[in-house]
Design a protein around this ligand. Structure first.
Ligand SMILES: [Zn+2]
Length: 94
């Protein structure tokens, strides 16, 4: 990979996002230009999704089914007991 600005050969470097997800980028030793390889962004986004995923326990509650929402997620969405929420099903994956 050559620098787009000065055509110097760039060095591949590795770094981590906050959550510890590694990614690599190119750095120019001459002008300090940095380029992130866009091809890896998809896989990084996928890893993010998995990290941010929460699981909920479904349990029987009288005639209804109840889902227990983790406290962290409830706080994030400002969910409080007795609050009415709308449920929108995700599209089924084929
Ligand atoms: Zn450069």
């Amino acid at each position: 990979m050559k620098c787009l600005k000065c055509k110097t050969r760039m060095n591949e470097k590795r770094s981590n996002f906050e959550e510890g997800i590694p990614y690599s980028y190119w750095s120019c030793p001459n002008c300090q230009e940095e380029i992130v390889d866009m091809r890896q962004l998809h896989s990084v986004a996928e890893k993010y999704r998995k990290l941010k995923q929460y699981s909920a326990t479904v349990s029987q509650w009288g005639d209804s089914i109840a889902i227990r929402i983790p406290q962290k997620l409830a706080a994030q969405y400002h969910l409080k007991p007795k609050k009415t929420v709308s449920l929108i099903p995700e599209k089924k994956k084929h």
